[in-house]
Design a protein around this ligand. Sequence first.
Ligand SMILES: C[S@@+](CC[C@H](N)C(=O)[O-])C[C@H]1O[C@@H](n2cnc3c(N)ncnc32)[C@H](O)[C@@H]1O
Length: 288
Amino acid sequence: MDFSKAYIETEVAKRFWYHKINLGNGIITPGYDFDDVWNGIRKSRETIDYKGKRVLDIASWDGMWAFEAEKLGASFVVATDADNRNENFEFVRSVLNSSVRSYYNIPPHRLSDRLDAVIFSHSNPGLPSQPQQKEYLKLNEFDIVQHLGLLYHLRDPLLTISQARSVIKEDGYLLLETAVIIDDNQSCMYFNNNNMFGACGKLPIYDDISTWWAPTVPCLIEMVQSSLFEVNQHSIRIHKQTDHVGRASLVAKAVAPEKANPLLANELAKTYRHAGMQINIFRRYLKT
Ligand SMILES: C[S@@+](CC[C@H](N)C(=O)[O-])C[C@H]1O[C@@H](n2cnc3c(N)ncnc32)[C@H](O)[C@@H]1O
């Protein structure tokens, strides 16, 4: 459908926007002034080729990163969010005539079970209902998972990194961005003591009830590596916000358990001990 410029401008003006999205005709949605952080993500992202790829964008909100993935040539893009506030996303999708699919009732710690209909396509010949099938299941997993602006909002951050790993193909990529502690070089996480909410300036991360954790940069890298990923050191971008807190973005490649540290792979293969790690990652490893 073609929309008039006046109609788009009126609809844009009615809404609150998080993202700045180019709708054409010189219209850009009036999102936050986070361009420095977002340009850092775009720099990290340059290390990945999106052409023809299957992309999952978690915590999409207005959808800027999902629509950019499509623009970069991705062949299939899924946008998810836990909060069911998808009005802006749907409006942008129709203006851009985009094919991005949206599921705005999927929490980031439940990607693998809530996206199973996308991953186990009914046209997939290797369905688990065919136990006689000798070939390993060929799942329609994602080539790229975008996990942006989310980790620090989560009470259980490793759980969602495990879940992201569980829906990425081997040798696929994670594009991750989060708040980090920049004045501490130890590998540790800072806890935002939210009992103290309101003690403006005294909380260790942000004065924000929805912020829980921020790792130091070494810790962020180790968290990702310990979840069967290999971090591309050249992709890391740090943006300083205060002397203490900044934002880090990076790209990491999903490593097959066979290629990981065997002690780590054996431990993670006990999926009953590691929430979020799914048995399908280990399907070939466990057989050998
Ligand atoms: C800061 S915005 C980031 C939006 C976008 N991914 C980006 O980086 O530009 C945070 C996003 O995380 C989601 N979110 C915040 N807290 C969450 C939580 N505890 N569990 C799941 N999603 C959460 C919000 O719905 C929102 O989409």
